[in-house]
Design a protein around this ligand. Structure first.
Ligand SMILES: Nc1ncnc2c1ncn2[C@@H]1O[C@H](COP(=O)(O)OP(=O)(O)O)[C@@H](O)[C@H]1O
Ligand SMILES: [Mg+2]
Length: 206
């Protein structure tokens, strides 16, 4: 088993499951939490992540297959997705992918799911499919305010990590998102993004 990432929430290992290359995601104990509460939180988050990964498939969002959920050890074994992280794509491919990300996020939102961590490291371009991963911070919510938080984070990532093409990627994302949620909902959510951004600006002035 090879450790591929030590994250804030959990550790990721490359492993094999029934001879298939797989990913093991384990939520570690947090020493600063009360042990009973810590176990409860880790178990709930493990269950929720696995449930949402599976649910997303039911409305056509590609996610890894879940092979095993072990509540006791707070771990999930899932399909390893072969491909390239959207973060590492060339500029022109990134712009095209952002349109697909718009469709994906629109579909998740329309079905009452907020991803919670929309970064370009949480999408893998695999053959010609775009697979969404890392639902560790996902939540069931249809509130436009929550959906605006998703959009705001993605916009921030595009503006910092992919600054030269931010305008293009953002426009490409919005056109995909609009195709799914419709113009009225798009306007509502993007207005809320502006509200969050203006709050951010005040916060830095004070
Ligand atoms: N199913 C998967 N297939 C292939 N790579 C994965 C998979 N899940 C995670 N990874 C890789 O591990 C990294 C971290 O996993 P992720 O679930 O996003 O955890 P974190 O909460 O630490 O961001 C991803 O950015 C990706 O490179
Ligand atoms: Mg991640």
């Amino acid at each position: 088993m090879k450790l591929i990432k030590k994250g804030a929430e959990g550790d990721l290992y490359l492993t094999t499951w029934n001879k298939q290359k797989s990913i093991l995601k384990v939520r570690k104990k947090k020493a600063y939490r009360n042990p009973l509460l810590d176990e409860k939180i880790r178990r709930q988050r493990t269950i929720k992540e696995a449930q949402i990964i599976v649910e997303a498939k039911s409305f056509g969002v590609d996610t890894p297959l879940i092979y095993l959920v072990d509540i006791k050890s707070c771990s999930i074994v899932m399909q390893h997705i072969e491909g390239t992280l959207v973060r590492d794509l060339s500029d022109s491919k990134l712009v095209r992918c952002c349109n697909k990300i718009g469709y994906i996020v629109g579909t998740l939102h329309k079905n009452g799911i907020m991803h919670g961590d929309l970064t370009t490291s949480n999408f893998i371009l695999s053959k010609n499919k775009l697979v969404t991963i890392d639902f560790g911070l996902a939540n069931k919510t249809s509130k436009p305010e929550d959906h605006a938080i998703d959009l705001r984070l993605l916009k921030e990532i595009l503006g910092s990590a992919h600054v030269y093409i931010m305008k293009k990627t953002w426009a490409s994302f919005l056109s995909g998102y609009k195709a799914i949620v419709g113009p009225t909902r798009l306007a509502q959510v993007t207005n809320l993004v502006s509200v969050i951004e203006s709050r951010g600006r005040y916060a830095t002035v004070v």
